[in-house]
Design a protein around this ligand. Structure first.
Ligand SMILES: Cc1cc2nc3c(=O)[nH]c(=O)nc-3n(C[C@H](O)[C@H](O)[C@H](O)COP(=O)(O)OP(=O)(O)OC[C@H]3O[C@@H](n4cnc5c(N)ncnc54)[C@H](O)[C@@H]3O)c2cc1C
Length: 500
């Protein structure tokens, strides 16, 4: 995917060009010549309802869905179908900007980073204010290293490790060149599922789960591109339809105080999977837990990656002053920003940060950052007090070089500012991630309110709730999808084998 593809062009760009970037070759061929979505045929001409049969149908072809599809095929499942509502696969995961957390990986060992699965689990649990489902937390962390190896075998190498907020050590794994993970992960997974013969239907929103008289899920109804209502029979269904960060109605219902914030999410993340699963008997948990990300550009909803702060950037307010530990968890940093004059801040960094985070180049190209050769000129361009900005950088540099105690308690990602040019991105909090969703167990089974699994129904990724408690740590979203996506597929395959 070309670096120039950003969330905005995905949302607003022409279907054909975006599809060309977001789809693999097979799916692309099927899109040839397709422009904006055609008006639906009048009812009289509506194609007759269809029925097709699969082993596993996966709702949503984002990170979790693609990973589940690949694992299902690798596990010997014959007929796997990915249903995707959008014009291309990849979902929000396309735009994952930093990386994937994992512990005890061989890449950490190579970089002499000491980490354990227990420490990762502790950070995750604490980061979620101890509201997370501990068994899910432990499961994710202890399987994270295997997920990194699994991706590596699929040609997706994540060996460049950075620091994220709330993490005791560096464990956020990125592509070798330090670029945004989504741009490597999604094309890599998309190619792998194509090679394995997974069928993908884009512009085919799932609308309803089919439930039999015993309460078991046996299929999915969807609206195919030609307007036909098709029932896809399935021996098992995996919901991987992402969160509801673009559904104002659900946001108003569950977390009204942030409903009018800008969102970093693509427009397709409207909670459909959660709604469908709930109708089939699944319990939804922690729905009020909607994460705001503290560094969102407000006119575009573009995310300024947390890896920028992890790589040494600071936050300053409209007076040019630092005001908080930049490496604190997202909820805490968002709250601190909203207490600043004007309720916004700037992410400020130097050329070293720029060069070690390829995303920073795209901020420059997209006009999201302001650049100046000196701090004084930067201050003048963004209209903050020059002396205050210089003082903020000098105090921060003293912490990194003299070992002075940081007045805001920052101990991670401390890298001194070098010489210019310097950069600033104006940001404020935006809706970013839904910690709530379908209740699952370690076998990725969807559970009802009594904790009983719903036969034939599995869920993975942002559609699920409980793992991240009340705050997801940066880097844990992708880890969640790469551990629980394949896990859902393996468990669904076992269920199919047992039911045969
Ligand atoms: C801008 C941005 C940057 C991020 N950066 C990071 C990062 O660096 N590290 C990290 O760990 N996490 C990051 N995250 C979070 C991470 O991207 C998510 O945790 C992850 O993408 C969730 O994957 P998913 O597969 O569950 O959902 P998605 O990738 O969103 O996929 C869900 C898919 O389901 C489809 N869908 C929805 N409804 C239907 C329906 N009815 N029928 C069929 N299909 C449907 C959607 O179109 C979408 O393609 C970031 C998120 C955003 C928005």
């Amino acid at each position: 995917m070309p670096a120039a593809l950003d969330r905005r062009s995905f949302v607003k760009g022409g279907a054909a060009s975006v599809a060309a970037m977001a789809l693999g070759t097979t799916a692309l061929a099927s899109l040839a010549g397709c422009g904006p979505k055609q008006e639906k045929a009048p009812d009289a001409e509506k194609p007759a309802p269809q029925v097709e049969a699969y082993d596993i149908v996966i709702v949503g072809a984002g990170g979790a869905g693609l990973a589940a599809a690949l694992a299902a095929k690798q596990g010997g499942v014959a007929k796997v179908l990915l249903l995707e509502k959008g014009i291309g696969s990849g979902g929000n995961t396309n735009f994952s900007s930093s990386g994937m957390n994992a512990s005890e990986t061989r890449f950490q060992v190579k970089d002499k980073i000491e980490d354990t699965n227990e420490l990762f689990a502790e950070d995750t649990f604490k980061g979620g204010h101890e509201l997370g489902e501990r068994t899910l937390v432990d499961f994710m962390c202890s399987n994270s290293s295997a997920a990194i190896d699994w991706l590596d075998e699929a040609g997706i190498t994540l060996d460049n490790i950075t620091q994220m907020g709330g993490a005791s050590v560096k464990r956020c794994h990125r592509p070798t060149d330090g670029s945004a993970i989504g741009k490597t992960l999604i094309p890599g997974l998309r190619d792998a599922v194509e090679r394995e013969g997974v069928e993908t239907l884009v512009e085919t929103p799932a609308t309803e789960l089919v439930v039999d008289a015993n309460g078991a899920v046996t299929g999915v109804k969807a609206q195919t591109k030609d307007g036909a209502e098709t029932t896809f029979e399935a021996k098992a269904v995996i919901i991987a339809a992402g969160g509801f960060g673009s559904n104002k109605e659900m946001l108003r219902k569950y977390r009204p105080e942030v409903a009018d914030f800008v969102t970093t999410n693509i427009p397709y993340t409207t909670g459909d999977g959660m709604i469908m699963a709930q109708k089939a008997g699944a319990e939804l948990v922690l729905m009020e837990q909607v994460q705001t990300h503290p560094t969102v550009e407000q006119t575009t909803g573009a995310l300024i990656a947390e890896g920028i702060r992890g790589g040494g950037a600071i936050l300053i307010n409209s007076e040019g002053k630092r005001f908080f530990n930049e490496m604190e968890t997202r909820d805490a940093v968002s709250e601190a920003e909203l207490e600043q004059p004007g309720k916004y801040a700037y992410v400020v960094y130097d050329q070293q940060v720029y060069e070690s985070n390829l995303d920073a180049v795209s901020y420059d190209e997209r006009g999201l950052s302001v650049k100046a050769p000196t701090l004084a000129e930067l201050a003048s361009k963004i209209k903050v007090d020059t002396a205050a900005l210089e003082e903020a950088v000098a105090t921060y540099n003293a912490v990194t070089t003299d070992g002075a105690t940081d007045p805001f308690g920052r101990t991670k990602g401390l890298i001194a500012f070098g010489s210019g040019p310097f950069y600033a991105c104006k940001i404020a909090p935006g809706i970013h991630y839904c910690m709530g969703g379908i209740r699952i167990d370690e076998q990725s089974r969807a559970l009802d309110a009594k904790g009983k699994p719903i036969a034939g129904l599995y869920a993975a990724g942002e559609s699920t709730g409980g793992l991240h408690g009340s705050n997801r740590l940066g880097g844990n979203g992708v880890c969640d999808t790469m551990v629980f996506g394949p896990n859902a597929a393996e468990q669904a395959a076992l269920y199919i084998a047992k039911s045969a």
